[in-house]
Each structure stands twice: as structure tokens, then as C-alpha cells.
Design a binder for this molecule. Structure first.
Ligand code: KIV
Length: 275
């Protein structure tokens, strides 16, 4: 009998139980090495479709494919053992019908082994969320600023400034909670609105540019460590600035190669050690 103790991953049940208690810590991860670094510190690793912009240099998330999400989802599963892994459903993989959404969510779950999918949308996605969650697919919802809707929303801007918009976001929050989502990301939303809807619904709200009153927070890891510099939203707090270090390392390497200082004898095979 094996004596190996396998770490149990957090489940949707564990996350739901955090409503109104210990804040839920969420970061994005797209690769195995990054997942290994983040896993001990996070409750959820989100394989976000932000990878289109952060890793692939796209201008928006609209060009991200299901296969891209599945490949990165697999990589993050390989690099983690404790966090719950949630994979984003990319644009056009779920909006058309609930059946299409189920088929693609099932592909993501069976091919990556992740525990849940995330999809953008409020009341208009409630029927789809109910269809999936009642058929074994846990869903994290995403309301407020929805990057996949950037073209209809008129750009990346904070939501909930007008009374109508604030009321609509609160309706969305209730709709996705009633439909069975186990948690909901609230992005780019006026503080008072995020605070109010967090008090109104019984599933954890995960804020990004929303409010400290949310039940948890998520950030894009590359924003947090200074590896994505195309633009930095107001809601990002930078905890490290790794770009200059990487740049310096590459410059030092290039100088060593050019001056033949690298490789040294210690990096070569068959070179006797100097006494
Ligand atoms: O794609 C993503 O990384 C996200 C988070 C920013 C919430 O949706």
C-alpha cells in the first residue's frame, strides 16, 4: 500500500463556504512553472483568456481558441496540486446555445482535468449556467466589465456609474447566483455597486477593480510581477518588477557570449577541473 499522502485540491464546496469569511485568493496562471510558484499561495488558479493578450500579444481576448485554453489548462493542472483550477471559456465557445456551451465545457473539463469553467455574462447567460451546473459542470460567472464584450460595451471602462447600469449589474449578479454559479468574478465595477451586490447574493464575489468588500480578489499574475507592460489598469497593484531583471540577464548573457566568457570550463563536458 502506498504511504504517499496526496494533497487534496480545494473544491467548489470549499470556495462557496468562504462566503463572507476568509477572502478567496485567486491569480491567473497559464503555464506549469508559474502554476508551481503560485499554487501554495492561492485558492484558485484561473487559466484566464487574458492569455491571448499577455502571452500571445493579441489586442483583445477575442482571438483565443478552445484548443489554446485546453493546452494551457493542462499545463496549469500539471503544475498544481492544491488550488482549484478554473479554465475560461473563450469567445464564441458558449454564447450561441446552451448545448454548444455544454459540449465545449465538457471538452475543457475532460481534456484538462480542471474543476470548473468560467464564462462571461449576466442574466442573458443564466439559462446556460443552469443547463451546465445541473449537468455536472461547475460554473464561475463573470459580470461587470466583460473583456469579450469590449466591442459592444464601447471599450474597457468602469461599469456601474449610472443608476441604470448599477441596477443592471445587480440584476446580473442575482441571475447568475440563482442559476447555480458557485462564484462570480466582478470586474471593473464601481465600489459601491460591488459592495452592494456582494451583500445581496449568497455566492462568493471575486473582485478585480471592484471592491475590497468582495469575498475574494483576482489579478493577472503578469500584472502583479511586472511582466506585462503594454498597459496597467488602475486596479493593478505591482508587487514585483521583473522585466528589468530579465532584460538585464539577457544583456549580460549576450555580452558573455560575445566576449567568450560563457560558457566557462565548468559548463563544458570533458574539460578537466582546474586545481
Ligand atoms: O481572463 C482573465 O484573466 C480574467 C480575469 C482577469 C478575471 O478573466
Amino acid at each position: 500500500m502506498s504511504t504517499e499522502i496526496k494533497t487534496k485540491r480545494l473544491t467548489t464546496r470549499d470556495i462557496r463556504a468562504r462566503k463572507g469569511s476568509d477572502p478567496v485568493v485567486v491569480l491567473t496562471a497559464y503555464t506549469t512553472p508559474m502554476a508551481r510558484l503560485l499554487d501554495p499561495h492561492c485558492d484558485i488558479l484561473l487559466v484566464g483568456d487574458s492569455l491571448g493578450m499577455v502571452l500571445y500579444g493579441m489586442e483583445s481576448t477575442l482571438g483565443v481558441s478552445l484548443d489554446m485554453m485546453i493546452n494551457h489548462g493542462r499545463a496549469v493542472m500539471r503544475g498544481s496540486s492544491r488550488s482549484m483550477v478554473v479554465v475560461d471559456m473563450p469567445f464564441a465557445s458558449y454564447q450561441e446555445s446552451r448545448e454548444l456551451a455544454f459540449r465545449n465545457a465538457a471538452r475543457i473539463m475532460t481534456e484538462t482535468g480542471c474543476a470548473a469553467v468560467k464564462m462571461e455574462g449576466g442574466h442573458e447567460m443564466a439559462d446556460t449556467i443552469h443547463f451546465l451546473t445541473s449537468r455536472g459542470v461547475p460554473v464561475m460567472a463573470h459580470i461587470g466589465l466583460m473583456p469579450q464584450a469590449v466591442n459592444t460595451a464601447g471599450g474597457f471602462r468602469a461599469h456601474g456609474r449610472t443608476e441604470d447600469e448599477a441596477a443592471a449589474i445587480r440584476v446580473d449578479a442575482r441571475a447568475v447566483a440563482d442559476a447555480g454559479a458557485f462564484s462570480v468574478v466582478v470586474e471593473g465595477t464601481i465600489e459601491s455597486v460591488a459592495r452592494a451586490l456582494t451583500a445581496e447574493i449568497d455566492i462568493p464575489t471575486i473582485g478585480i477593480g471592484a471592491s475590497a468588500a468582495c469575498d475574494g480578489q483576482v489579478l493577472v499574475t503578469e500584472d502583479l510581477v511586472g511582466l506585462f507592460n503594454d498597459f496597467t489598469p488602475k486596479f493593478v497593484k505591482r508587487y514585483a518588477d521583473l522585466s528589468p531583471q530579465i532584460s538585464q540577464a539577457a544583456a549580460d548573457y549576450a555580452a558573455d557570449v560575445k566576449s567568450r566568457a560563457f560558457p566557462g570550463p565548468e559548463h563544458c563536458f570533458g574539460v578537466p577541473k582546474q586545481k
